[in-house]
Design a protein around this ligand. Structure first.
Ligand code: FUL
Length: 514
């Protein structure tokens, strides 16, 4: 893939234009080794603002300090940056499992079981949109192989169900509802397929999967994310399928250039759990890559990293790396215990307090939240879930719509050890801080502290490690007249684009939900 684009912004350029404005002077493959090295070294010496989009391969002459410094110049692609800005995205698990009560179908289900009684995609989209969500990712096919669109590749689809007399197309109705309400749209197409007879016969199944992907990415307008699930529960005696990832990536890049590729894709990284928990220290720049070929598998092993590792971007990991990548984290979690709708879980919808906690641990920890809300057998989001989304949306809106700082939106270029003071509006109580870096200039901050001026004394309110696109931290209620942010450690001059302070009302946590 031609992702190794080197962008050279000119010596001492103080501002970083948007990626699309940047002159792409050279593609790495035509940059001679010497020029490339000179650029790297000038970046190390800070004589030029040289940014590396998505990937940087280290020449082996670099010192550890130079490697860390260059990590501060790896930046997102335009697609990755736009994805990060969405902050809140929604997963929709809907399919044959909705009607069988299972989480993983085995592929033998009769398509006649799929029969939503009052399907309403607009209800999904409007409920999610009012709650602040900006994209819906639909399970067009889950592990059971049942396709929610009338595909030419198999009879195991909606076309052989009684729903809309076999004339229905869930993908189309959802996409049209998204278009109507200006919601972005993404596709989950399970690589593991327990229905396809060809699964395990690698070339034949790859051809089928490529065709399914092509149908989905050709016939439904714009797609902004393709989610390649890594799950495969075949077990030791199961079928072994070798996926043709380069082919699948190529289909996406050519048919939907705006889409990011997630999980087994190399644009968006699985956070490593399904509980809604981000990392305290979350570097978007990491040597980790998805395990899509032997070389990568060996390299991840050599470094001792996988998506679940606690540390994916510290100095000690980067020192050992041969290449590093802008590979930001996505937190996927379901509003219910299961991914699919089960009536017996109606009383286990996550509470507002739990959802807010998840928000702080995902969006507030330099990640994008992908919250699953599964429609029921009517083909609608359940009333309890809709109500919870509403509460969540208004809580978040009220919290962050009510800024307590007078002057938080000034770009601040901070060196290690530097501080900056911000004025709090008169007589306001705060308990939440927001810090943001301009990630189009790289992620750099490794440690920070926030103090409040209380009775003429600076008192520590909170501290943390990484910031990235957005960092949110809650602390005890306080009414300082000013706050002071100190960047204790940074990989290069940090570009702090915004500082915010807010008041987050306390929430009941003793709910009956899990
Ligand atoms: C997992 C799958 O096995 C679950 O069923 C669900 O789709 C989740 C989002 O990913 O790997």
């Amino acid at each position: 893939m031609s992702i190794e684009v080197l962008q050279f912004c000119g010596i001492g350029h103080p501002d970083y234009p948007s990626n699309s404005d940047l002159p792409i002077i050279m593609r790495k493959r035509i940059v001679s080794g010497i020029v490339f090295l000179l650029l790297l070294l000038s970046a190390c010496n800070q004589r030029a603002n040289t940014y590396f989009e998505k990937k940087l391969t280290y020449p082996n002459i670099l010192t550890s300090d130079q490697k860390i410094k260059l990590a501060a110049y790896v930046v997102p692609t335009k697609q990755q940056y736009e994805w990060q800005q969405m902050e809140l995205t929604a997963f929709i698990h809907f399919g044959i499992n909705t009607f069988t009560g299972r989480e993983w179908g085995d592929g033998t289900e009769n398509p006649a079981l799929f029969n939503p009684t009052n399907f309403d995609a607009e209800q999904w989209v409007t409920s999610l949109q009012k709650a602040g969500f900006n994209m819906i990712i639909l399970t067009a096919k889950h592990h059971d192989g049942f396709c929610l669109w009338p595909t030419k590749t198999t009879s195991h689809s909606v076309a052989h169900s009684p729903w809309r007399k076999g004339q229905g197309d869930v993908v189309r109705e959802v996409k049209e509802a998204c278009e109507k309400y200006n919601m972005k749209f993404g596709i989950y197409l399970s690589p593991w397929d327990r229905n396809a007879e060809s699964y395990g016969n690698s070339p034949r199944y790859n051809a089928l999967y490529a065709e399914q992907l092509t149908e989905l990415l050709s016939n439904y307008g714009e797609v902004h994310e393709v989610w390649f699930d890594g799950a495969n529960g075949e077990g030791p005696n199961g079928k072994v399928q070798e996926y043709d990832w380069p082919r699948f990536y190529h289909i996406i890049d050519s048919l939907q250039p705006k889409a990011v590729k997630a999980v087994m894709g190399d644009d968006v990284r699985w956070v490593g759990n399904e509980d809604g928990l981000g990392r305290e220290t979350e570097w978007s720049v990491t040597p980790l890559q998805p395990n899509i070929n032997e070389a990568i598998i060996l390299e991840n092993k050599r470094l001792g990293i996988d998506p679940m590792a606690e540390d994916l971007g510290s100095r000690s990991i980067i020192e050992l790396a041969y290449s590093i990548h802008w590979y930001p984290s996505e937190v996927d979690v379901s509003i219910r215990p299961g991914w699919f709708y089960h009536p017996e879980e109606d009383q286990q919808v996550k509470s507002l307090a739990q959802l807010v906690e998840i928000y702080f641990k995902s969006v507030g920890m330099n990640s994008v939240l992908l919250l699953n809300v599964p429609p029921d057998t009517r083909g609608q989001l359940h009333e309890i879930d809709v109500e919870r989304l509403k509460e969540f949306g208004s809580y978040i809106n009220n919290l962050f719509g009510n800024k307590k700082l007078l002057d938080g939106e000034i770009l601040w270029r901070a060196r290690s050890g530097e501080s900056r003071e911000y004025n709090v509006k008169a007589n306001e109580i705060i308990n939440t801080i927001m810090l943001r870096e301009e990630i189009r200039k790289g992620q750099r901050v490794a440690r920070f502290m926030v103090e409040g001026l209380l009775d003429d004394q600076w008192v520590k309110l909170t501290e943390g490690t990484t910031i990235g696109y957005k960092r949110l931290i809650r602390f005890e209620d306080a009414a300082p007249s000013k706050i002071r942010v100190t960047i204790l450690e940074t990989r290069d001059i940090a570009n702090i684009s915004e500082v915010g302070a807010y008041y987050a009302p306390a929430l009941e946590t003793n709910n009956t939900v899990q």
